[in-house]
Design a protein around this ligand. Structure first.
Ligand code: UT7
Length: 336
């Protein structure tokens, strides 16, 4: 079979306006700006307000990517949405986005891979395009973690923010594949270290309703230890699969979960600061949306120059983790 190559056409994002600073959090938690900043690099996070929700941000991020690429909803063949706290389980967020952007020719569905969702979505989107069956594939990541956090648990709630991002990919006409290598992994034996359940209640004829958890729980130390050995392995494997070395890569665009983790990866790759994209101070951990938001801002602010090569990498609940070596074309996100 002749596999079709992929072009990354555009990146989109959408973030709530409401900002909660570390100092704001001291009103409801025994914490401090000093602790949060030094342990995580986070200074503030954006969170949903009123009726705002992950579907809304997902729609806005999707529209942004379409606009940047100059493509209409009708031209989209598939929508894959990575979300771990959708506003509705069904209709899926994918179907809601399909309606909102008028993508009447697209299939649409959601995947749940927590913070690694966009790397998995890239794997799915790439496979769709490679068969030749789908041409334009819209990948969206959207999470409103703030609605599911335990706001009494200072070890987890200070870390997360809300937001959405999108990546529009298409079949590359010039034969050059922008997804040069992609590495995804999962280890369910580590699942207990980050959880969010939807246990529901049994039929009341069987037993009375119980109080469900429905909150995010996290063993930060275990996650940290796990990530510090699996993430570099994934990146090195991805580079080997791409037949490249760290020196061939211009930028590291990592999941924004903890600045210390990012610095660990930076040291392993021996990258200078100008090659590492960091915006955790502004947004905290926006789950699956985090990597494309960093990529978007890197391009927007001019820190990322194109054409160039970047490593994207993410990890999170599952545990799931992965990385991708991608080509960023000269015209990426620059409307012609
Ligand atoms: O997408 C994946 C998402 N998850 C992650 O990436 C999490 C990875 N892990 C981490 O980022 C870090 O483990 C944390 C930032 C969550 C925690 O940092 P740590 O250096 O591992 O701190 P710790 O959990 O060992 O806690 C140290 C101390 C404890 O106090 P004691 O027992 O030493 O008295 C905590 O109770 O810090 C305390 N603490 C806090 N203090 C002030 C924990 N959270 C806070 C807080 N403010 N928000």
């Amino acid at each position: 079979m002749n596999f079709k190559p992929v072009q990354i056409l555009s990146i989109g994002m959408s973030i709530p306006e409401t900002v909660i600073t570390n100092d704001n959090l001291t009103k409801i938690l025994d914490t401090s700006d000093e602790w949060i900043s030094t342990r995580t690099g986070i200074k503030q996070r954006h969170i949903a307000n009123g009726d705002e929700n992950s579907t809304l941000f997902g729609i806005n991020a999707a529209k942004d990517a379409l606009d940047k690429a100059g493509i209409s909803g009708e031209e989209i063949d598939a929508i894959v949405v990575a979300t771990s706290n959708p506003y509705n389980i069904y209709p899926s967020t994918g179907c809601a986005i399909q309606e909102a952007i008028g993508a009447k020719n697209a299939i649409a569905f959601d995947i749940t891979v927590a913070c690694t969702g966009m790397i998995y979505a890239l794997e799915i989107g790439r496979s769709f395009i490679s068969t030749g069956k789908y041409k334009n594939v819209l990948l969206v990541a959207t999470d409103t973690n703030s609605k599911f956090l335990d706001w009494t648990d200072r070890g987890s709630c200070v870390l997360f923010g809300d937001g959405a991002s999108s990546i529009l990919i298409t079949e590359a006409k010039d034969g050059n594949d922008d997804i040069i290598a992609l590495n995804v992994n999962a280890d369910g034996t580590m699942g207990k270290h980050i959880t969010m359940n939807l246990i529901g209640d049994n039929c009341p004829l069987v037993e009375p309703a119980k109080e469900g958890c429905k909150k995010i729980t996290m063993n930060g130390k275990e996650v940290y230890k796990f990530v510090m050995h699996t993430m570099p392995e994934s990146i090195m494997q991805c580079l080997a699969d791409a037949n490249m070395e760290p020196k061939d890569i211009d930028y590291l665009v990592p999941h924004q979960a903890n600045l210390r983790i990012i610095e660990g990866l930076q040291n392993r790759l021996e990258f200078s600061d100008d090659k590492v994209i960091v915006n955790i101070d502004k947004y905290g951990n926006t789950s699956a949306a985090s990597v494309p938001i960093a990529l978007y801002e890197g391009i927007e602010t001019g820190k990322i120059k194109t054409p160039s090569y970047a490593i994207l990498c993410a990890f999170g609940a599952g545990m799931a983790w992965g990385s991708a070596v991608v080509r960023l074309r000269e015209n990426l996100n620059k409307k012609s």
